[in-house]
Design a binder for this molecule. Sequence first.
Ligand code: ZN
Length: 439
Amino acid sequence: MKRFKDYCAVLLAACFLISAGCDAKPTETTEETTPATTTEATVTETEPVETEKSYPTVEIGEEFVIKEDEIYKLNVDDEVYLRCNFFDTTRDYITLFLEYNGKDYYAEFDKQDDGTFARSKSCYNPYPLTLVGLEDDGYKVKFEKKIDIPPLVEAKPSGNKDEKYTVKDYEYIETKYSVIFLDKDITVPGNIAEMVDSMIEVTQEKIGLKYTGKDDEFPADTMHPEFIYLGCAPFEELDVPKSKARIYFIKDRENKGWVSCATARTAIIIMSDLYESELNYELAHEFTHVIFEANLGYFSTTLTEGLAVYAGHAFEAYAGVKTDVFYSGDYIGNLDKITPDNASEIYAKVNTGEDGPARDNHYAYGHMMITFMFETYGKDCLKTLIDKLSDIQGDNFVNNYYPSTEEQISMLKAAYGEDFFKDFGNWYKDNHKRPEFNR
Ligand SMILES: [Zn+2]
């Protein structure tokens, strides 16, 4: 099932930094790819650029070379300054810092296979910057015309689930539990607000955990709604209370292959014809990642994906729909081989991606393990794990605990007993042929 493989493979790559928890720590990834996080602070802490008036001025469309430690001012009504903190062409990316009306943005360029640099997805600011070329000691760049940021208006869908609502502008709806952002030109069910709220209720009930309103940052190398629009950030101005989750329905208008993803406060659902029938599943899947990350941080790729599949199926059942895209023969991969004796070994292989091409086994193995956990330890089984993690790691483990696969295995045993994996292996023998694991 190509469709699913595509979805899943990219999901693993882009979706959800939790996934990176076991293989590469999200914080590390962020540091590696974005000096912005560290250097940006420097920009904010130093004297505001505006107080000094002696910077060279450039026009829109004018090519100029910016060298290390230089600042240029753009000759427009807005206050726009471009700063080069360091000159280095040996890396895979180039970052320039841009101040726009007192706010910090940055422009990032990724090295291409042919050695040139192209504006990357994470380049967002209202004045797009083009890298024209590299000089011996500076970057030749030019500013493009400002992107108009369109107004955000309140959506008024009918509320009728049998009607469709086509979004004309950038729109939002505040619901009981969330603020929904609707991208221009997408079509959603007329009852989208009710759908999101019922999804949140069903999901929370099903997995025994709640949305927490935990602070989060968009990790710089994962998808950020603003990245998609290269600074045309229609959703940026809306102030969402922490008590409400942010749910974005986004169109991949440049066909960049965006896939749905989530952080501890935000679920981003990429809308396309391909996924329309899967909206229920996808919504619950991503929102489950939100809850997982808020409660368990970066504990386990396998468990977060498994839980997301589990909750996705539950919301589909609630909604009375069923998609057929989950689990192909390939997807199940090596899972046929699970026994009480090797269940933890296979967990390790699946979790670290050593399971060969069937790395999507995160979903299949995780789904079965999560189902086993709920059926064996009851509906509060994840709270048991969270309590154990808090006991051992402290209350703040969610923010700073990135356990290795071995640590995950020992934490699971600590929470559920030494025979956790053995018991799962036994359960597996009798259960892995169930229809929900073979869709
Ligand atoms: Zn997922």
